[in-house]
Design a protein around this ligand. Structure first.
Ligand code: 7RM
Length: 635
């Protein structure tokens, strides 16, 4: 029996049992079977969730790019590694083979070195979904630089915060990005951000859109001419197992974004293992994950997991609605995609459109469908199953987080019987527990609890960059000895998990995690605003959308208020990005607050959802009368 690949349900149960009884032995065998190591580990695992400190494969040395690229060259040099599908379907797709990937990553790695980037330096990558994005990520990993990819939809302000937090010496960006029929001036956004980033001394610019940019002498350089002169060989930097691989920012419920720190060996082993099993990968597959590399899904399941398996992985620059709503189905048909991994929000948006967008395409190449990012509602699940999978493709509803590095709970396709809205069973090595608010373990079925994990797995984040104390407080303090996910979940009678959503102040809009605090900060900066509170409310397509309750210093006329609404969304776009814009704005005379001054978001959530009956206990409020005033629309 292979430790690396699970082939049937019996094997799953056997492997799962072993992974719980003998986790070190189990992961050691996976690590031995599939990867190349420069030096073997001396200890598989040491951990203490109270400190917290987690180390996997201590003593080992490796380079993740050797595992993702070099070792495939013997057998797969001419196989497509990345299949680039541009924004404009009239622009030809590019097949980048493993040999070409090797050469291009090494060239870029040599350029980074020539610019003075060394092991341990942070490099911020702010690029659209073009091949150079993946190459930049891998080039950093090749030389041991720590990449921090910032999703290219974030604003200058959000970018500057992220650059400064990790002290990135270099930014890699492009002249612009294509998004449907729009062109976005990425370089201009970087220029604005860098006004506030004194530590960044160098910017490399990829040419993509050919729009006009300003190059700042001594700081900015075009990448292409530097690549031309670079050598195609670059000896990998031998990394310790626990050396940082990357930082990726995720929203917190309070304060600034958290730079989740992932390290090398454990992340590699876990993302590769889960990719293989959750997508039942076979060598001829053409796998497509529609996420952006700016999110963890792209890091783990567009780049590292697939490449560590020698897979062909699609890099899609476009959006589902351009040139029209058939784009996904067109790409599947054109490239004979075997696995499609996307978000419920995309499924819901596409399900709203005419069915002949789908039916006019041949989707028979598909074998497996995946979802990620938020709970999938039953209707969307059935539409995906009936119309995209034609009832013959299992749906893997994969639950995980930026913090977990890889998928923790998911069916194995063709192996685990699926159940709509359930992420089903934990993957090998994962020990989920449900607890009530007092930390007592819930053993009953169908009771909503807080989802924790009782034992470390190889790709768990090791810290928050620069703030280990916050790492401890956020994930290891509420329920001592356990990792707390921030999600609610329940379990059915056969042990399947259903994730019910966040239990904190993080709102997931179209699969993007948004913290309420930074949005409120952006709104409150407007001179006319006294105070604000953001909550999520159910939205047909986005899953959740943002509802802002805003107290004005001076209520003014209704015309003033319309203008204000626009200005507030403009401010949010500038501070965070358009994804955080409010769908609804209600100006209110006050906000319901507890005696300790905390906004009672529970009540606002109900009002936003239109559930104004049975608001529960409001007696602990400092100002219970305000609830009725908000419901009546007083300003
Ligand atoms: C991979 C990713 C994490 C949060 C997580 C959940 C929610 C993700 C599912 C899900 C229900 C799922 N990372 N979430 N997957 N909820 N079912 N299959 O999305 O850091 O951006 O978000 O997303 O609330 O805590 S993330």
């Amino acid at each position: 029996m292979s430790n690396y690949h699970i082939k049937n349900l019996e094997e799953y149960f056997a492997v799962y049992r072993k992974s719980i009884r003998q986790p070190e032995l189990f992961w050691q065998e996976v690590a031995e079977e599939h990867f190349v190591w420069r030096k073997r580990w001396s200890k598989v695992l040491s951990w203490d969730f109270n400190k917290p400190e987690i180390k996997w494969f201590e003593g080992a040395q490796l380079n993740i790019t050797e595992n993702c690229i070099d070792r495939h060259l013997n057998t797969k040099a001419d196989k497509t590694a990345f299949l680039f599908e541009p924004n404009d379907p009239k622009e030809p797709a590019q097949h980048i083979t493993y040999q070409q990937l090797y050469e291009r990553v090494n060239k870029m790695a040599n350029v980074l070195k020539s610019q003075g980037i060394q092991k341990g330096d942070r490099v911020c990558i702010y690029l659209p979904m073009i091949p150079e994005l993946a190459m930049a990520v891998l080039a950093c990993a090749r030389i041991g630089a720590v990449h921090s990819v910032v999703f290219a939809g974030f604003s200058a302000g959000a970018l500057a915060t992220r650059i400064n937090d990790c002290d990135a010496r270099m930014v890699i960006t492009s002249d612009g990005s294509f998004r449907g029929n729009k062109t976005i001036d990425l370089k201009g956004i970087v220029d604005d951000a860098l006004e506030h980033c004194p530590g960044t001394s160098s910017v490399l610019v990829v040419e993509r859109t050919k729009n006009k940019v300003t190059m700042k002498p001594g700081r900015d350089q075009w990448l292409a001419p530097l690549l031309e002169g670079a050598d195609v060989h670059c000896t990998p930097e031998w990394m310790d197992a626990e050396d940082p691989l990357f930082i990726l920012y995720t929203s917190g419920s309070t304060g600034k974004p958290k730079g989740m720190l992932h390290t090398t060996a454990g992340y590699m082993v876990y993302t590769a293992y889960t990719f293989k099993n959750v997508f039942q990968h076979q060598s001829e597959d053409v796998y497509w994950c529609t996420a952006d590399i700016g999110w963890i899904t792209g890091h783990s399941y567009i780049v590292y997991g697939p490449l560590a398996n020698g897979a062909t992985t699609v890099l899609f620059e476009g959006i589902p609605s351009y040139p029209d709503f058939s784009r996904f189905w067109d790409v599947i048909d054109k490239h004979k995609i075997t696995q499609l991994y996307t978000a419920p929000t995309a499924i819901r948006a596409l399900a709203k459109e005419r069915l002949d967008y789908v039916t006019s395409h041949d989707l028979s190449s598909l074998r497996i469908l995946g979802t990620v990012g938020e709970p999938i509602n039953e209707e969307a699940w059935h539409w995906y199953n009936d119309h995209i999978g034609n009832k013959r493709c299992p749906i893997v509803d994969t639950w995980w987080q930026t913090e977990t590095g890889g998928i923790l709970i998911s069916p194995l396709p063709m192996i685990t019987p699926t159940k709509p809205t359930y992420a089903t069973l934990p993957l090998p090595g994962i020990q989920p527990v449900l607890v009530n608010e007092n930390g007592i373990e819930i053993t009953d079925n169908q009771v909503d609890g807080r989802l924790c994990v009782a034992f470390p797995w190889p790709s768990i984040a090791r810290s928050i960059w620069g703030d280990h104390q916050r790492f401890k407080e956020t994930y290891f303090t509420a329920f001592p000895g356990k990792y707390f996910t921030g999600d609610g979940a329940l379990r059915d009678e056969v042990g399947y998990y259903r994730i019910t959503g966040r239990v904190d102040d993080v709102i997931i809009v179209s699969g993007h995690n948004l913290g309420t605090a930074p949005i409120e900060d952006a709104i409150n900066e407007h001179p006319a605003v006294a105070e604000s509170a953001i909550v999520g409310f159910p939205h047909d397509i986005k899953g959740q959308a943002l509802y802002g309750f805003i107290i004005l210093k001076d209520t003014g006329t209704s015309r003033d208020r319309d203008n204000l609404s626009r200005e507030i969304n403009q401010a949010i776009t500038e501070h965070i990005g358009p994804i955080a814009k409010l769908d609804k704005i209600q100006f209110v005379p006050g906000l319901p607050k507890t005696r300790s001054g905390k906004i009672m978001r529970r009540i606002l959530r109900k009002i936003a959802a239109g559930e104004t009956e049975g608001l529960g206990d409001t007696t602990t409020l400092l100002n219970p009368e305000i609830v009725e005033e908000i419901i009546q629309g007083k300003i």
